[in-house]
Design a protein around this ligand. Structure first.
Ligand code: GTP
Length: 320
């Protein structure tokens, strides 16, 4: 049968500032396609309707989807105040008639949604959470499994207190009863208030392998781009993907990078060559006579001759 989706994209994306000051995180490109558009287009055919739970920069997200056709109904559901992950889902309830497929909007993964849905139906769970195994689970929501049943759920447990290495991968199948459990009209964290309550009471886990990246930090945004580049590059340069009217000079070396539309890469005055490695250049960025490694150049950013070597500092700032 058909399934309706809710995608949570109302967050402020503070960890990706300054990129998210001008563009909502959901519209930042991953290998040249806005990450939310990528997610919507990748959904199985049976997902006939998608509700985007929006708040921060809601208008930009609505305008983007009004201008494209993703082969299914896409609506935006705004919040006057940010309602948190649970409150945002609750706010979409009137648009959902059956099982809801819910996503955090900034996840890139190889999750097989059909297989997860098959398990959800077979177990008769109230909710099924996709689970991903990591070495250090303490920064995430940690699920303790008994068979497929989640018997314990802890959001960001203290180091050493994790009951497993399986973390909440940010994709859920939820029955209408779960949305009905969420208190209306206030901020609710689904992880802290609902999943903890549903442990041992109808919540199941669906562990999967393959790939999973939360593209919400500068490092993981670059990593997500790199992963997609490896998966789908059809490039003029080894390991590079170029989109649109990029002007790339003969004296440019570009490897393992993604170059957006209207960019310029070429020689400078003092350094008659330009090098771009393991980086993402967003629309309108330019690099001339520079060595750029492991960087995100924001929209319209120009890096000129005097910037001979840049690295991405931990806080996501560019350092020279
Ligand atoms: P940071 O500020 O960098 O933590 O990013 P974020 O605001 O996106 O927060 P986080 O990555 O923890 O959020 C996970 C997902 O939930 C993202 O896709 C967010 O857009 C979304 N989200 C978080 N809070 C809200 C909210 O209050 N309302 C809605 N609609 N979505 C939210």
């Amino acid at each position: 049968g058909r399934v309706e989706a809710i995608i949570l994209v109302g967050g402020f994306g503070t960890r990706l500032r300054p990129l998210t000051l001008a563009t909502p995180k959901a519209l930042l490109p991953l290998a040249n396609v806005p990450m939310l558009e990528r997610l919507v287009r990748s959904l199985p055919e049976r997902v006939t309707k998608v509700a985007l739970a929006v708040h921060h920069q809601a208008d930009a997200i609505a305008a983007h989807f009004a201008a494209i056709d993703c082969g299914r109904e896409v609506i935006t559901v705004p919040e006057t105040e940010p309602l948190g992950t649970g409150g945002a889902m609750r706010n979409c309830r009137e648009h959902i008639t059956g099982t809801a497929l819910v996503f955090n909007g900034d996840i890139v993964s190889s999750l097989d949604i059909e297989a997860m849905l098959a398990q959800h139906r077979a177990t008769g769970a109230l909710g099924t959470l996709a689970l991903w195994e990591v070495d250090d689970p303490s920064r995430y929501g940690v699920a303790e499994l008994d068979g497929n049943a989640i018997v314990g759920f802890r959001e960001k447990p203290a180091a050493g207190e994790e009951k497993s290495r399986l973390i909440n991968a940010g994709t859920y199948l939820l029955e209408p009863e779960v949305l009905a459990m969420i208190p209306a009209g206030r901020k609710v964290s689904v992880e802290r208030e609902i999943f903890t309550q549903l442990a041992s009471a109808g919540l199941h886990g669906f562990p999967f392998a393959g790939s999973w990246i939360d593209a919400g930090t500068p490092e993981s945004y670059l990593a997500a781009n790199a992963m997609l580049l490896e998966r789908e590059a059809t490039a003029a340069h080894p390991g590079a993907s170029v989109r649109g009217n990029a002007l790339i000079a003969a004296d440019a070396e570009i490897t393992s990078s993604i170059v957006g539309p209207d960019t310029v890469i070429g020689a400078g005055v003092s350094l008659d060559k330009c090098v771009v490695r393991r980086s993402v250049l967003l629309a309108g960025a330019s690099a001339t006579g520079a060595v750029i490694e492991d960087c995100i150049l924001g929209p319209g950013v120009a890096v000129g001759d005097d910037c001979s070597r840049m690295v991405l500092a931990a806080e996501g700032e560019l350092r020279f």
